[in-house]
Structure formats: C-alpha cells, structure tokens
Design a protein around this ligand. Structure first.
Ligand code: ADP
Ligand code: GLC
Length: 473
C-alpha cells in the first residue's frame, strides 16, 4: 500500500523531540513490511538535506489569499521518499517553530503542498498526518480539494503525538486559511475563540490514533484532555492507541553511534567504561560506585521537573550523582543550573541539544529519570531499557505501557513524596549488585522494535481503506 505522511520533523533531517524519531523510523519499518512510503517535511534552514534532488520546480501553492511558489526536493533514505518543501519565505528562518506570527500559514502550506505532492508526484491510498502541524490536511482534502477526482477514495489518518500542543491561533488567523466562513464555529475549527489545527484534524480525519494505548484512554478524560476530551469522546469510535517502536539501529548499546564503549547483556563491561567516561566528560567526581541518574529531556512542564525541584534538598543528601541534558522552558533551565552551582559534586547540567551526549548518557547512567506529568509514549525510557539503564518513571501514558516492576520503578500519584519514594526504592535496589544486574538484563531483553507496531499501522491503514470501499458500495 502507498502511504504519504506529513509532519514537521524527522530524523536525521530536523529534530526537537520524539516526533522526529518516529518519522525517521516508522516509515522505513513500513517499507521493510512491503509498503511504499513518502514523508512531506518543510525544508527548514537547519534541515540536513544534502543529497536531496529537485523533483518538481515552482509548484504553485495557496493558503487563502497567500500565494507561493515552492520547489519539491526528494531524498530516498532507508527506502523512504522524503519530500522537502522548499519555500524560503516561510521556512528559511533560524528556528523550526519559533514564535513567528505566520506559523498558521507556514503549517497550512505544509498540508496544501502535501496534497499537491499527492496529486502530482506520489499518489497514496492513505494520507497520514502527524500532530497539529499537519492538522489541516484532512480538512483541505474534504473542502478545497473535494471536487478533485484524483483524490477520490483517498483516506486520512491523524496521529496525535501530544495533545498539549494543539496549534491554536487567534480567530483573526482564520481569514488567512482559505476556508469556508461557515467552518468557524464550535462544530468546526473554532475552539474557544481560537482556530485549532488539531481540532480540524480530529474532526475531519477518517481515523485518529495516539502513540500508546494508555494515552488513548487518558486523553478522553478531563485530567489529560486539554479541553478536547469531550471532542475525543465524541470521536472515540475512530480513535485507537499504537505504541511507538524503537529504532534499534540508532539506539543500541552493542552497535549504536557516539558511544565510548559498546556492550551487551552477556558482557556488561563496556557499561562501566561508559559510566567512567561520562563522569569525566561532564566533570563529576570519578566515583563509579555511586549510582548515576541520567536525564535527557525537553525541559517542559509536561516532563515533571517541578517535582524534582521539590525534592532537590533530599536528592542532594543522597549518595548519588545526576547528569542532566535538556533545553526548553527557562525556569527549568535556571533551576538545574542553580542546583548544579550549589552541588557541583552531585549534579552536572548541560543546557542545549546534543544527540551524541544523549547516547552517552543512555550508555553511561545507571538509572534514567522521567517523572512526567503526562507522556503520550516516551521513547527515552525504551532506549534506557535497551541500554540497561533502569528507568524511574511516573505511571502514565506510554511509560505505564512500557515499564514494569521487573524492569524499572514507577510511581502513580503526581506528588514529590511519590517521586522521592520511587527514587529511594531504586537506590536501595542498586545496592544489591546481583539483583540489579538481573533487572538490567530483563530490561535489555525487552523488544520494542517497530516490527509489531508498524504491522498495527498497516492494519489500521487497511481498515481505513476497507471502510472506504464499503462507503462506496
Ligand atoms: P518528547 O518527544 O516528548 O520530547 P520522547 O521521550 O518521545 O519525548 O523523545 C525524546 C527524544 O528527544 C529522544 O530521542 C531524546 O534522546 C531526545 N532529546 C530530548 N532532549 C534532548 C537534548 N537536549 N539533546 C539531545 N536529545 C534530546
Ligand atoms: C511527543 C510525546 C512523546 C512521544 C513522541 C513521539 O513528543 O511527548 O511522549 O514519544 O511525541 O510520539
């Protein structure tokens, strides 16, 4: 089957988080299973697209009253057709997302271009949109392009990677989008006075899924629904959860990139070498007996670092070390910097984005901390399991679905005491080297490769396709 995905980031071209990992690994997994897959991405200034060749020059595109002419470049990578939308007035800027006042136009154009590519270059059976940045895809398909016979029978799927990001723009943005004025109402794209790209995707896509079964249930509750739980309950019959997979070519202690030493479940010696090297790299004392907790994360409210702040004094009194790599909200960057200044022998902090160091932390740390308030799937805890780096997580979303008592430590209530107890349990367990090693090996043996989940996506694409045949009959 031919699938065309639309997204705002994908490894190895442009990445800010796990969305990119998924767009870099699900498509090749589908190709291995026999599908043909294309992915449409903006060509940002920072995008690493060397080797991409122009396949269409000066494609005329419109978003409402705004007209553009864009070149389409293609790079075949791991068997996947990656299409880059080259439109310098919109994407040749310092940041991928930024706080640009025309972000609604930047990402509306992405959907328009994807439909242009679907018509003229790569004709799919299913259009697969990811997150709010591709939220208008199904809506444009069913409105602007409704009469286009090329698209007859085409079905659409929206994957929600994070309900916390909805692409809500001031109502004044509506006039820029080229939609029928009748759409701007609570039954359409209007969401509490805003134009919501994600809401459009939820309503107009033929199918919706999220990135773990638990999160698919959670987002239908007020606690996790970000105001859209009612809407999602209304559309529950087309909503499912498919756990993300891991790219074990990229995240693998035996062969992975950027590591100081490789190791495996049968020979863990390289892990100690990795730990010593990591302590030296980040300037922590060379005490390899002390447990080392790693954090690699976007520093956002979602990730639960306010709980860490509340137990900071207790943490500083424990016999451990912590290494943090992250960037995001200033308050968390400042918090970690401040803690590292006060306790430099316990805490090392790197603010920024560093893929190589992220790999070395997975390899060198003993434990990996993800106290998330909510976590649609989470990939880092799955990477940690494969690296024998025992995860300490809050039991929510994909963390609940991938970590269990045999492989990690979980806490339920979003409260500092609950986090403290989970870390305390992990520290006590670490003292018994033998049972700790058994725990590490149990995690390393888990298989979260894409094989299973990519096959689930195949089934979902095919069920959408069958639905379409039934509708036509
Ligand atoms: P999210 O997508 O919510 O950020 P995930 O756990 O799904 O969370 O994915 C996070 C991905 O981003 C992982 O590949 C992780 O290694 C990477 N990552 C996050 N922060 C950084 C950083 N500061 N430097 C390098 N990689 C990072
Ligand atoms: C989002 C979520 C994360 C998920 C990732 C990829 O960024 O926050 O939990 O793993 O998307 O689906």
């Amino acid at each position: 089957m031919k699938i065309l995905m639309v997204a705002s980031e994908a490894t190895p071209f442009a990445k800010t988080g796990g969305l990119a990992d998924v767009l870099g690994s699900l498509p090749p997994a589908l190709v291995r299973l026999g599908d043909e897959v294309g992915v449409v991405l903006p060509k940002y200034r920072i995008a690493e697209t060397s080797g991409a060749e122009p396949v269409w020059l000066a494609m005329p595109l419109w978003v409402g009253p705004h007209a553009y002419s864009a070149d389409i470049h293609r790079l075949i990578h791991r068997g996947v057709h990656y299409f880059f939308l080259d439109c310098p007035p919109l994407y040749d800027r310092p940041e991928i997302y930024g706080t640009y006042p025309d972000n609604h136009i930047r990402f509306a154009l992405l959907s328009q271009a994807a439909l242009g590519i679907a018509r003229d270059i790569f004709r799919p059976a299913v259009l697969h949109a990811h997150d709010w940045q591709a939220g208008l895809l199904a809506l444009y398909l069913r409105t602007t392009f409704a009469g286009d016979p090329t698209f007859f029978g085409l079905r659409s799927l929206l994957t929600i990677h994070n309900l916390g990001y909805q692409g809500n723009f001031p109502g004044t943005a509506f006039a820029d989008l080229g939609l029928d004025p009748g759409m701007y109402n609570p039954g359409g794209v209007e969401f509490w006075g805003y134009v919501s790209f994600l809401k459009a995707g939820i309503i107009w896509s033929d199918g919706i899924n999220t990135v773990s079964p638990t999160y698919a249930r959670e987002i239908q509750t007020p606690e996790y629904g970000f105001g859209m739980d009612g809407l999602l309950r209304d559309h529950a019959s087309k909503l499912s959860g498919i756990l993300n997979g891991v790219d074990y070519e990229e995240w693998n202690p035996e062969t992975g990139p950027h590591q100081v030493a490789h190791y495996s479940a049968s020979d863990l010696s390289g892990k100690l070498v990795s730990k010593k090297a990591l302590l030296a790299e980040v300037g922590l004392p060379a005490n390899a007996k002390r447990p080392l907790i790693g954090i690699v994360s976007r520093l956002a409210d979602q990730k639960g670092f306010d709980l860490v702040e509340e137990i900071a004094d207790w943490l500083a009194d424990q016999d451990l070390a912590i290494v943090v790599l992250g960037s995001g909200q200033k308050k968390y960057e400042d918090m970690f910097r401040q803690l590292a200044t006060v306790r430099p022998e316990k805490l090392a902090v790197r603010i920024g984005y560093d893929d190589a160091l992220a790999h070395r932390i997975e390899a060198g740390a003993d434990m990996f901390l993800m106290p998330s308030k909510y976590e649609p799937c989470g990939l880092s805890q799955m990477y940690s399991l494969r690296y024998g780096t025992v995860p300490i997580v809050r039991a929510t979303g994909g963390l609940e679905d991938t970590v269990d008592e045999d492989t990690g430590f979980k806490f339920i209530e979003y409260a500092p005491e609950a986090l403290r107890d989970a870390i305390d349990q992990a520290l006590q367990a670490f003292a018994n080297r033998e049972s700790w090693t058994v725990r590490m090996r149990r995690g390393m043996a888990k298989d979260f490769s894409w094989n299973t989940s990519a096959a689930e996506y195949q089934r979902l694409y095919r069920s959408l396709w069958e639905l379409q045949s039934r509708v036509q009959l």
